[in-house]
Design a protein around this ligand. Structure first.
Ligand code: ADP
Ligand code: MG
Length: 399
């Protein structure tokens, strides 16, 4: 896709061609249209895929279109080098746009501090900063944050790894509540998800970092009520003797025991595994599962990442995973190395929106399996409300 097709302002298009970018990268193609509408966004994409332009271009576009004056944009990034690099990219654009930026980071001399101070006092449009240094500025009266409309967290996972969580929270406390927040990350660990929940408002999600599920895994979904789930699994595994090694994923530790109790059988062994168990017990259970002494293992996602059991032939999602990527991880436990596998998801009404997110990520509609008759009907499929349609708060008009 070209940048013209992304509806960016002519000045931005000119700046882009000056940089030598011909086509938008996949993350740019997906993130720019969302960011332009003013919606919050969490985007996961590998390094080197053009994330910087994916957030700078739509933000610069909006500053320009809405003639926003003063310090409106704050980009937080983990390292000094990254801050400088992003700042340089914006400087490259500013020749065409008249939008200024400054990199704020530690380790400089008094002169640099004064320069940063002056830019902040003068209301430079874009601040690109590392968390610690920014906080020391923000604690001074001259740094005004009341006009910040765009907050961007770049390399969010790395910032958490580097221990910046508290600083980031302190910074966010100083910002207006009404703002657009964009979060970019190379991975989506639970810590990032938790952070996103607290600082983003109804974000769109874009995820390009992970691979698609294997083609050899048959994916199906049962739309069902909670009280149909246990009988349904019992029915499917007793009826289908061909499944020798089965894993049931659930998102909470609490549910593991409950499910194990419901699935207990006189004919085969059912066990539950979660981070609550001692490491030695977990290893013992995994050994027994691998050697087919345990036919059915109920597990949380915490376990799912490390599990590499070659012959799992059936994976159940007892509930929808917390985020769409986890779905791919979960069902990736089967169908390994070209083997055939089956993945069945039990989706109640609350989880339907999450399933829709999964289908968006894997770019595929999962087969809706009919409920066995004796269980009665399940709930009707409901698609979620359309996303990304919020008007920009400042009367944004499309060209
Ligand atoms: P990321 O933040 O995802 O690691 P960057 O934004 O640093 O990636 O971009 C990586 C490199 O790709 C940079 O050198 C950048 O100039 C270049 N780049 C970004 N977008 C494009 C594009 N659309 N066409 C060509 N090169 C691009
Ligand atoms: Mg980057």
């Amino acid at each position: 896709m070209t940048f013209e097709e992304l509806n960016l302002a002519p000045e931005i298009i000119e700046a882009i061609s000056y940089m030598g970018f011909e086509k938008a990268s996949p993350i740019q193609e997906k993130a720019i249209p969302v960011a332009i509408t003013g919606q919050d966004l969490i985007a996961v994409a590998q390094t080197g895929t053009g994330k910087t332009a994916a957030f700078t271009l739509p933000i610069l576009h909006n500053i320009l279109k809405n003639k926003i004056k003063g310090t409106s944009t704050l980009i937080i990034t983990p390292t000094r080098e990254l801050a400088m690099q992003i700042d340089r990219q914006i400087q490259g654009f500013s020749y065409f746009l008249g939008i200024n930026s400054i990199a704020v980071y530690g380790g400089g001399d008094a002169n640099e501090w004064e320069q940063q101070k002056k830019a902040l006092r003068d209301g430079v449009e874009v601040i690109v900063a590392t968390p610690g240094k920014l906080l020391s500025h923000l604690n001074m009266a001259y740094a005004k944050t009341d006009k910040i409309e765009h907050l961007i967290l770049d390399e969010a996972d790395r910032m958490l790894d580097m221990g910046f969580l508290d600083d980031i929270k302190k910074i966010i406390n100083k910002l207006p509540k009404k703002r657009q927040t964009l979060m970019f990350s190379a991975t989506m660990p639970p810590k990032i998800e938790a952070l996103a929940k607290t600082i983003l408002n109804d974000p769109a999600q874009i995820s390009l970092a992970i691979s698609k599920p294997s083609e050899t895994v048959f994916q199906g979904v049962y739309l069902c009520y909670d009280n149909q789930k246990i009988p349904l699994i019992n029915h499917l595994v007793s009826d289908e003797n061909e499944y020798k090694s089965i894993i049931v994923f659930t998102s909470t530790k609490k549910k593991v025991n409950e499910i194990v109790r419901g699935l207990r059988s006189k004919k085969y062994r059912v066990e539950g595994i979660s981070s609550d168990l001692e490491q030695s017990k977990r290893e013992e259970l995994m050994r027994d599962f691998r050697s087919n002494k345990i036919r059915l293992l109920v597990a949380t996602d915490v376990i799912s990442r490390g599990v590499d059991v070659p012959n799992i032939d059936l994976v159940f999602n007892f509930d929808a995973p917390g985020n769409p990527e986890e779905y791919v991880h979960r069902i990736g436990r089967t169908g390994r190395a070209g083997a055939e596998g089956v993945a069945l998801s039990l989706i109640n009404e609350q989880d339907m929106e999450k399933l829709a997110d999964v289908e968006k990520l894997i770019e595929k509609k999962v087969y809706r399996a009919p409920m066995p008759e004796f269980l009665g009907e399940g709930p009707e499929w409901k698609d979620r409300a359309p996303r990304g349609k919020k008007p920009y708060k400042k009367n944004f008009k499309k060209r």
